[in-house]
Ligand binder design. Structure first.
Ligand code: NAG
Ligand code: NAG
Ligand code: NAG
Ligand code: NAG
Length: 379
């Protein structure tokens, strides 16, 4: 009798455990994200704290930056979440992707964010404001991280398999125009190159670095086109619009780059058949008709800006932040980032995402050949 009772008790405990386990699975307590990791290369649109400790004026780790972010000011150049923060949520990540600058080994399995305010494709870009981590150095950091990942996971095969399945986001080039080509007093590029030649120079640089990224195992890569930089409040106030809504010659110049970036996507997909590269046109997202998207103000930012167009410390920003496209003189509000992230993730429109959107990119079957080469960056 006592023995039967004991068995019954154990059966009940066992049954309860089963129910609990099934419930935990059902309610997604530990649901996996759509990709094991997300690596971000970029500039201030994605920076989440990498510039905080660098000697540069391009920092955003003070109020009112982060006023709508759960952790307050972190170094994000907006009031709340960035586009990549929201995209990571859509992909199913429960924790935020950490900045490379302070990612511990226990954090790196989910990927890291290398983005740095004022960074560009060219090494000199943005350096008048102080240091930044340009694309070349972001890739060097990635190379170091890959070595750490091999140690954390135990061997190279496991690291390669994981790296092949991750999503890679590359959003650079805006600063090569804003903080280089269109600052003729500080950078000689516009007296050396026509816009066409300058776009060629950037694309040639980009091609080499993207081949390196592939070499470190990237197989799902989203390349982000440049925004309509002639429509940002800083451009409008500094350069003048000559009767137009935006500074047209700036927008024309970045369109040259964007066209070449689409051609580069085609080339990369042709050459690297075990990888998929996509192009994302954020112009088709943000600037098409701000009024239709519910915005009321797009010619000035929401916060009170200092002489370089960043929010002045501790000044009270506008209340109605959802009605503003821009947060400061350069960067979008979280309200616009929400629209951008959703469209990036899910768009059947080839003028927005080419040849496919992020949702389909991450669902595409894992690369057939795990042929990552952990080669050294050329100096
Ligand atoms: C790597 O580690 C995994 C899991 O421990 C093991 O199955 C595999 O054989 C290892 N591969 C190599 C090349 O050591
Ligand atoms: C200003 O606009 C006029 C008329 O469209 C045009 O002819 C002129 O080239 C523009 N100037 C600049 C600096 O863009
Ligand atoms: C693709 O391969 C061709 C031929 O080897 C090469 O000239 C070109 O630079 C490569 N392009 C890219 C983007 O890898
Ligand atoms: C993606 O967009 C389509 C059409 O706009 C919509 O029907 C679908 O629910 C969206 N999917 C997600 C995951 O947001």
């Amino acid at each position: 009798m006592a023995a039967t009772c004991e068995v019954n008790t154990w059966l009940v405990v066992f049954a309860l455990l089963m129910v609990l386990t099934i419930q935990l699975q059902y309610f997604g307590v530990s649901a996996d994200p759509q990709v094991p990791c997300f690596f971000i290369f970029g500039d201030s649109l994605a920076d989440n704290g990498n510039n905080n400790k660098l000697p540069t004026v391009a920092k955003a780790n003070y109020l009112p930056y982060g006023i709508d972010f759960p952790d307050g000011p972190t170094g994000r150049f907006t009031n709340g979440r960035t586009t990549v923060d929201i995209l990571a949520e859509l992909l199913g990540f429960e924790k935020r992707i950490p900045p490379y600058a302070n990612a511990k080994n226990s954090d790196i399995l989910d990927g890291v964010n290398y983005a740095s305010g004022t960074a560009g494709i060219l090494r000199k870009t943005g350096k008048h404001a102080g240091q930044n981590v340009d694309f070349r150095n972001q890739l060097k950091n990635h190379q170091k991280l890959v070595s750490r990942l091999v140690k954390v996971l135990g061997n190279e095969t496991l690291a390669k398999e994981r790296l092949n399945k991750c999503l890679y986001w590359v959003e650079l080039g805006n600063n090569d125009y804003i903080n280089n080509y269109y600052l003729p007093d500080l950078y000689p590029s516009s007296s050396i190159y026509t816009p066409q030649q300058f776009a060629n120079l950037l694309i040639d640089n980009h091609r080499d670095k993207l081949q390196n990224l592939y070499g470190y195992g990237a197989r799902k890569v989203a390349l982000i086109g440049l925004g309509l930089i002639g429509c940002i409040p800083n451009s409008i106030s500094v350069y003048g619009t000559n009767g137009s809504a935006c500074v047209d010659y700036m927008n024309d110049a970045v369109q040259i780059f964007n066209k070449k970036l689409v051609a580069l996507v085609d080339q990369l997909n042709k050459n690297f058949t075990d990888a998929q590269f996509i192009y994302i046109n954020t112009n088709a997202i943000g600037s098409e008709d701000p009024a239709a998207a519910g915005f009321k103000v797009w010619d000035v930012g929401c916060c009170v800006v200092n002489d370089i167009g960043q929010c002045a410390p501790s000044e009270t920003p506008c209340e109605n932040r959802n009605e503003y496209v821009f947060w400061d003189s350069y960067h979008p509000t979280e309200a616009l980032n929400l629209i951008t992230a959703n469209r990036v993730y899910n768009s059947s429109d080839p003028t927005t995402s080419y040849p496919t959107d992020v949702n389909h990119l991450v669902q595409s079957s894992p690369a057939e050949h795990y042929s990552v080469v952990l080669k050294q960056m050329p100096q």
